[in-house]
Design a protein around this ligand. Structure first.
Ligand code: TMP
Length: 255
C-alpha cells in the first residue's frame, strides 16, 4: 500500500470532475480515482478548498461500498490504495443523477409546498440530467425516454438498485444515530454490460441529520454546512467517518 495520501502508480489523467480525478491504471478494465479537497456548490458557483475532505470522503465511500457489496449490491469499487485514492472498475457513467429522498428538504422544498422535514414513504426517486452546462435539470420519465438515456428495462434496474441501496443505508445509519435524509447516486455499465453503483457515497452526496442533536442547524453533518455557510464542515464529515468506522471493518487494499 502507498503511504497515507501518497499518489499511487497510475497512468494518464482521463477525467477531472469537481471532486475527483480519474486516472488510467495498468489494467484496461480499471481506473484509479483521487478524491480532491475541492468543494463546490450551486453548480460550482461557490468554491473552496477544504483540508482533508478528500480523505474523509474516500474513507467513508470505501466502507459504504463494501457494506453494500456484502448485501449483494454491486459497485465499481475494487479497493483502497491510500487515504485519498481508490481503484475502481472502469464504467461508462449514465448521465443521470439519481436522488432518493426519505425526508423533504433542499430543492424539493424550494420547488413544492411540501414542508421541510416531512417524512416521505416510500422514498421519492428524482432523476436529474447530469450536465453542468444545463445546471443538472430535473427530468421526467418521459424526458429520460425522449433523450434515450436508458431503456425501460435499464430504468427499472436503476430504480430497483437505488431502492435496495436506500433499504440498506437507512437502517445502517439509523443505528449510528444518523438520519439519512436524502442522497444522490451515479451508476454506470462496465465492459460486461453490468449495472454498477459508481461515483461516491459521502457527506458530499448525502444529507445526514444527527439524531443526537435537536437543533436544526447543529444536526446537519453534510455538505449543507458548506452550502449554507454554517461552518464546521470538516468536523461534521469527520463525525460521519468516526461513526461509520465504528460499524465497519478496515477497507481492503488494492495494489
Ligand atoms: P437537492 O435537494 O439539492 O436536490 O439535493 C438532493 C441530494 O442530492 C442531496 O443529498 C445532495 C445531493 N446532491 C449532489 O450530490 N449533487 C448535486 O449537485 C446536488 C444538487 C445535490
Amino acid at each position: 500500500m502507498s503511504p497515507a495520501g501518497a499518489s499511487p502508480v497510475h497512468g494518464d489523467l482521463l477525467y477531472e470532475g469537481k471532486a475527483k480525478r480519474v486516472f488510467a491504471s495498468d489494467r484496461v478494465d480499471r481506473v484509479v480515482v483521487e478524491f480532491k479537497n475541492d468543494a463546490t456548490a450551486f453548480n460550482a458557483q461557490k468554491k473552496a478548498q477544504l483540508d482533508d475532505k478528500g480523505r474523509l470522503n474516500c474513507q467513508i465511500s470505501a466502507r459504504l461500498f463494501e457494506l453494500l457489496e456484502a448485501k449483494g449490491i454491486p459497485s465499481h469499487y475494487v479497493g483502497l490504495v491510500s487515504d485519498t485514492w481508490m481503484v475502481v472498475q472502469r464504467v461508462e457513467i449514465i448521465p443521470l443523477e439519481v436522488v432518493l429522498r426519505n425526508v423533504a428538504t433542499g430543492s424539493l422544498c424550494r420547488q413544492t409546498p411540501i414542508e421541510e422535514g416531512t417524512a416521505i414513504e416510500p422514498a421519492l426517486l428524482d432523476l436529474y440530467y447530469k450536465d453542468d452546462s444545463l445546471g443538472d435539470p430535473l427530468l421526467t420519465e418521459a424526458r429520460v425516454k425522449l433523450l434515450g438515456l436508458v431503456d425501460d428495462t435499464q430504468m427499472t434496474a436503476i430504480e430497483g438498485l437505488a431502492r435496495r441501496i436506500n433499504a440498506v443505508l437507512v437502517p445502517f445509519f439509523a443505528d449510528l444515530d444518523l438520519q439519512l435524509v436524502d442522497f444522490k447516486l451515479e451508476l454506470g455499465f462496465n465492459a460486461d454490460g453490468q449495472l454498477l453503483l459508481a461515483d461516491e457515497i459521502s457527506p458530499d452526496t448525502c444529507r445526514f441529520w444527527d439524531r443526537r442533536s435537536s437543533d436544526a442547524q447543529d444536526r446537519i453533518l453534510d455538505k449543507d454546512r458548506f452550502r449554507k455557510d454554517l461552518g464546521g464542515v470538516m468536523k461534521a464529515y469527520g463525525e460521519v467517518l468516526k461513526r461509520v468506522q465504528s460499524a465497519c471493518p478496515e477497507p481492503r487494499k488494492s495494489l
